[in-house]
Each structure stands twice: as C-alpha cells, then as structure tokens.
Ligand binder design. Structure first.
Ligand SMILES: [Zn+2]
Length: 299
C-alpha cells in the first residue's frame, strides 16, 4: 500500500479523535465556569479517585453524582464533558488490539475508491439481473461470485472475459462492494492506468520511488484489473511487470480479479505463455466467460 494512502487515512481518523477530545474539553470548560458544577465535579472526582484506590468501580454514590452532573449539563444545554468518539470500538484511534478497526478500513477504502476513478460501486443487493440478456446465466454467475467473496480465496485469480458491455465491470464493482463490507481493502484499477504506472516505474531512476509506484498493485488485499489487454504494450515493460504482479500476488495468496475482452486463448497470444499460465491455472483460478448483447446499448 502506498504510504501516502495510509498517512491520509491516519490523519482523517486522528482529526476525528482530536475533534471529539476538543469538544469535550470545551464543554468541560463551559460547565466549570458554574461554581455549582465545579463543586459537584470536584466532589465526584475525589470520590472516583478514592474508589479507584480501593479497587471500586462505579459505586451507587458515584453513579448518583454522575447523574447529577449530567442533569446539570442538560439543564444548561452543554454537551458531554466526556469525548463522544465517532467509532466506539477504537475510540477513533483506528486500531483495536493492534488490529485495523473497521472505521480505518472504511476510510482507506474511500481513498482507494477515489483513487481508482471508478465512481460509485454497485452492489449485489441493488443489482437487478433482469437487465441482463441471459437472466438465468447471469443470476448464477452473480451467486457464484458473491459466494467467492465469502470464501477463503483458495481460487485467488478470477478471470472474467466477454465482449464490451456485457456487464463485466458492473459485476466486479458488485464484488468490490461486497468485499468492502467484509472489511477487505479493495483496489480497482484499469489496465490502462496499471500500464501507465509500469512505464512510470520503468523510467524512474530512484529505486524507492520506482517501487512505491507499483506498491499498491503488489500489496492491495484485493486487486481488480479492468479491461486487461486494452492497453498499448511496450516491449520489455508490460509482460515483465504484469507477470511479476500476478505471480507475486499468487504466491502471497492475495486475490486478483481480472476482466478482459480477450478470452483465455487470446490472452496467451497477446501476452505470453508465462502470463497466461499464471492467470489460467486449474488449481487456483476461476475463468468465466460472459456472453450476451451490449447492455449499454440495450439500456
Ligand atoms: Zn474504529
């Protein structure tokens, strides 16, 4: 994952936390300006500290004082003096027990979504398979792919081929939405953009930057490559990088979903045997072909 994406997400989460803390502090300051509240608050704090020393938590007396404090705040229209975090699970730190919290995953996915340039993602629930030419087949295909999203990804390459407009990208966006709800980090890219980055990385002289450009493709938890084969290949660049990415992701058991206008045979001709053997592999790939008329024309 590109470092800047993590940084950006971290900043968003941190600013949520800071906002919650600041609001609580401001409220406290406002409330403490009232002598009655100040006296009550001191009494409460003294009690709580004493109880803590003796290993007591929330006694009847402290609960009662807490209620009185809350009533005071309500009466004077002052918000809580305790921070109200956007995420109760991690208190806006982004992590729970050292693991990434759902709120951080959501922020990261929003950034990745924006970066992908694919616009809004459709999802399985909203999608109506009736718009597809072959309703029965498409329905089954959707079920199969939805099931895969919930699998352990033993099949870690999904290759979906079919002519332009048969619903390949639509299907992958539904898959992306489903995977996001399951807390995976999902990155969608077009073959065109991927290839642009291959060339950028190839011509970059700085070793670290060279790697950083392609980092997201190697490290994305789930990578979607849309329209493979539509890019203009550059000899010595395309095949080498593409093989590296697919091969390394396979070795790390990270799922890659590829759509293409080319079928499995054409992929071999367009690229080479090595690449096609990584994409189309009986053990760990699912290859699908969508047939049908152009949905964009039909709509
Ligand atoms: Zn959280």
């Amino acid at each position: 994952m590109k470092k800047t994406i993590l940084d950006e997400a971290g900043q968003i989460i941190a600013s949520r936390r800071n906002r919650a803390l600041k609001t609580a502090m401001d409220n406290k300051e406002k409330a403490l300006a009232f002598p009655d509240f100040k006296a009550l608050y001191s009494k409460y704090m003294e009690l709580v500290i004493n109880e803590a020393k003796n290993g007591i938590t929330s006694s009847q007396e402290s609960t009662k004082l807490q209620e009185e404090l809350d009533d005071f705040l309500k009466k004077h229209n002052i918000g809580s003096i305790n921070p109200t975090f956007s995420c109760k699970k991690c208190e806006d730190t982004g992590f729970v027990d050292g693991k990434r919290c759902t709120c951080l995953t959501n922020v990261l996915n929003e950034i990745l979504k924006k970066e992908s340039g694919f616009g809004e993602f459709e999802n399985f629930e909203q999608s109506s398979t009736t718009i597809f030419h072959d309703n029965g087949y498409m329905g089954k295909l959707y079920d199969k792919m939805k099931k895969w999203c919930h699998s352990d990804f033993k099949k870690n390459v999904i290759f979906i081929s079919g002519d332009t407009g048969v619903g390949k990208t639509y299907l992958t966006k539904c898959m992306a939405s489903e995977l996001i709800t399951l807390d995976y980090l999902v990155f969608l890219t077009s073959s065109f953009k991927l290839h642009q980055d291959f060339v950028k990385s190839y011509s970059c002289r700085d070793f670290e930057e060279k790697n950083a450009i392609l980092d997201k493709y190697f490290n994305a938890e789930i990578l979607f490559i849309d329209d493979l084969g539509s890019e203009l290949r550059v000899p010595n660049v395309t095949n080498g990088y593409l093989y590296q990415i697919i091969n390394e992701r396979k070795a790390m058991k990270k799922p890659t979903i590829i759509t293409s206008n080319l079928d499995v045979y054409e992929i071999k001709d367009y690229y080479d045997e090595r690449i096609s053997s990584r994409i189309i592999d009986r053990e760990s790939s699912i290859c699908l072909q969508i047939k049908g008329e152009d949905l964009r024309l039909k709509k």
